[in-house]
Design a protein around this ligand. Structure first.
Ligand SMILES: Cc1ncc(COP(=O)(O)O)c(C=O)c1O
Ligand SMILES: N[C@@H](CCCC[NH3+])C(=O)O
Length: 438
């Protein structure tokens, strides 16, 4: 397993993260356990700031909180001077609980409800990223009723197909997201905004997909978006200032993945924008991005306890852990591939090829197929790396399995940031109809 961030093998022969022995962490907090390397999260954020500062442009980096959303994470994001992207009133409420600066919150989503819009307006958030014509009218109506003017970006579908899993592509024409650039919908949207008094258009947004390695997709989206941005300034004679190019920067889950350093993506983006801005003779816009996975993905490791196994001679050995698709849906949903090690046998050579199964009543509940490990016995601790993004945030209670605890480790200290769900949490919203008691 590749060792990210502060992960290392300590002198007890155990995996150690953030100066904490994972075997001790398991004793203290139990399994499954999400462990976040706080120093690595902070470093990833600082890499974005540094890259933008070196480009000498006005910018905002908004953390796409869907990747991993908790109050402590939002506090960290604030400390590191990032903005915050939210997609629901649940994420917005988490930001309010963290007392996140409201003017740095960007509210996304392709179907915001009236109550979500009201919440955002009440909190005077920085901007709404409007997804479609229906939402333009709705947002304007609610803003008018509340006596507010909402700053907006319009989300544009630029018609760029990113090379990634089809479920995490978003920039292609056939997508549920955004105003289509090529069929005239985006222009129609700008025309509509001109007539709506409670909306202020400050710029445009595009997001082409997730887990992308190639800079070319980002450059192509930037070229299309600058051309569009310049066209709008010319045709509508309005002042806008923001170009948000979304997130999607890839990370290394396993040795087949070859992401570039963050600085390379940002510099390529800024350069593509700068070239086109000069061509169109307009002012350089503020460049906003909204990375999620690349901030937290490599910083997360999930620790499990190994339990049963099943040998099928000549076929494979299944080794089961005490979690699975409830804490990591990505292998089942995207065929995502992860690396792992036995955390308490970190210096012992691999001896067998096994497949790691979850504990759900579902054949597709497999975390890793065909991985070389030392002999796995019940009670061993399996560490799966790179689970920081879309692990906890997509966790669920299938088979009424409680969600694991989440901890941050830093410089030898381990702190709980989300408590493990209890069995009572699992039933706390259940109700029995009165008539059952007859
Ligand atoms: C609109 C938007 N912004 C940002 C992101 C974050 O993407 P990533 O986690 O790949 O950086 C996503 C997810 O794909 C998204 O849909
Ligand atoms: N949840 C997805 C990515 C979708 C990102 C949000 N648009 C993943 O785990 O890869």
């Amino acid at each position: 397993m590749y060792l990210h961030g502060t992960s290392k093998i300590n002198d007890r022969g155990h995996l150690d993260i953030g100066g904490c022995d994972t075997v001790d962490l398991v004793q203290q907090f139990g399994t499954p356990l999400y462990v976040f390397d706080e120093a690595l999260i902070r470093k990833q954020i600082q890499n974005y700031h540094q890259a933008f500062q070196e480009c000498g442009v006005k910018y905002q980096v908004a953390y796409a909180s869907k990747a991993f959303s908790t109050v402590a994470m939002y506090k960290l994001v604030e400390q590191e001077n990032m903005s915050l992207e939210v997609v629901s009133e649940g994420e917005l409420h988490t930001a309010v609980k963290a007392d996140f600066p409201r003017d740095r919150i960007h509210f996304h989503g392709n179907n915001k409800t009236v109550s979500e819009i009201q919440y955002g307006l009440k909190e005077n958030i920085g901007c709404f990223v409007v997804d479609n014509l229906v939402e333009l009218e709705l947002l304007n109506k609610v803003a008018q009723e509340m006596g507010k003017v909402a700053k907006i970006l319009m989300r544009i579908t630029p018609g760029v197909e990113a090379h990634t899993h089809e479920y995490i592509q978003t920039g292609q024409a056939d997508s549920k997201f955004g105003f289509d650039l090529n069929n005239g919908q985006a222009r129609q949207g700008v025309e509509v905004v001109q007539a709506l008094k409670n909306l202020e258009l400050i710029g445009f947004h595009a997001h082409i997909g997730s887990q992308i390695f190639d800079v070319r997709g980002f450059e192509m989206a930037a070229e299309k978006m600058v051309a569009w941005y310049a066209q709008v300034i010319k045709d509508f004679d309005i002042t806008i200032r923001v170009l948000n190019l979304g997130g999607g920067f890839g990370i290394r889950y396993n040795k087949a993945d070859a992401p570039l350093p963050v600085a390379d993506y940002i510099k390529a983006l800024a350069q593509a924008i700068r070239n086109d801005v000069e061509k169109f003779g307009i002012d350089m816009p503020e460049i906003w991005v909204e990375p999620g996975r690349s901030i937290v993905g490599e910083a997360g490791t999930t620790l499990y306890t190994i339990g049963t196994s099943k040998d099928i001679p000549g076929i494979r050995r299944y080794v089961a852990v005490d979690g699975g698709m409830t804490d990591n849906l990505r292998p089942a949903m995207y065929k995502a591939k992860y690396e792992a090690m036995i955390a308490n046998k970190a210096t012992i050579a691999a001896k067998e090829k096994v497949s790691i199964a979850g504990k759900c009543c579902e054949s597709g509940d497999m975390l890793i197929w065909d991985i070389d490990l030392p002999e796995a016995t019940p009670g061993d601790i399996l560490a799966v790396s790179c689970t920081g993004a879309y692990g906890y945030s997509m966790s669920n209670n299938y088979n009424r399995i409680p969600r694991p605890a989440v901890i941050f480790v830093y410089d030898g200290q381990a702190d709980l940031v989300v408590e493990r769900e209890s069995l009572d949490d699992i039933v706390k919203n259940d109700r029995i109809p009165q008539r059952f008691n007859r």
